[in-house]
Design a protein around this ligand. Structure first.
Ligand SMILES: [Zn+2]
Length: 241
């Protein structure tokens, strides 16, 4: 089962790669097979209050399945990857009362610990941008969550400096993703660096993107000087002595 590995600080800077995928949908199973074949690690942000739901996600070209995985299969599906909070029911957190935020985040964390067997302490914000300074305070003071990802791509390879507003490098489908991967592979870093890709696996159905994501993963996998990690492993690497 997944437990965060410990990476020692060292003289030679690290080149870390991490992924973060949201919503805990059934397409994660096929995606995880692709990740496991290539030795790539991902953090999956899951709404435990929606597990087992069957519905579609609409987009301008039609709709695709957005079925959440079953509670009973969660443990086995995410066995090699980090499970993290995405709130119980995917609300707009900045529109909720303090008690509701505590319930949405804290109860999701508790349920995910139980279902996955993991010590869950990470998160991604539902809708990416819908949080405030107050939301962050409530989460830190009342739940075990210690980092949370937003969706403000910075297109760089910097290590995170604000864990509760952790910005990714890019979304997998951004035009620049492949070029960023090539730049990262060529990078000879003078300090620790991080390439951070986020998305949703149902988007591979939505945009006919399974080949596209395979191409990106093939490019970035298997490099001796790249360390393939979860979000939580980065958090622990930076915060723990
Ligand atoms: Zn989401």
């Amino acid at each position: 089962m997944y437990t965060p590995r410990k990476f020692e600080k060292r003289e030679k800077p690290y080149k870390f790669l991490t992924l973060s995928f949201d919503d805990g949908v059934k397409q994660d199973k096929r995606f995880i097979e692709m990740l496991d074949q290539r030795g790539i690690k991902c953090t999956f942000n899951i709404n435990s209050g929606l597990l087992g739901n069957v519905h579609n996600a609409p987009y301008p070209g039609g709709e695709v399945p957005h079925d959440e995985v079953e509670a009973s299969e969660l443990h086995d599906i995410y066995l090699n990857h980090e499970v993290a909070v995405h709130t119980l029911t995917h609300p707009l957190l900045d529109k909720l009362s303090e008690a509701e935020v505590i319930c949405e985040v804290g109860d999701d964390q508790k349920a995910l610990c139980e279902l996955s067997g993991q010590n869950v302490f990470g998160m991604a914000y539902p809708f990416g941008r819908c949080y405030t300074e107050e939301t962050i305070r409530i989460i830190l003071e009342n739940t075990p969550v210690r980092y949370s990802r937003n969706i403000a791509s910075h297109h760089g390879f910097e290590m995170p400096d604000k864990f509760m507003e952790w910005c990714p490098t890019c979304h997998w489908r951004e035009e620049s993703a492949l070029q960023l991967a090539r730049d990262f592979i060529a990078l000879e870093p003078t300090k620790d660096s991080l390439f951070y890709i986020w998305g949703h696996s149902y988007e591979f159905d939505m945009y006919d993107g399974w080949n596209e994501i395979a191409e990106l993963l093939d490019l970035i996998a298997g490099h001796e000087d790249i360390t393939y990690v979860t979000n939580g492993e980065i958090y622990k690497y930076i915060t723990e002595e």
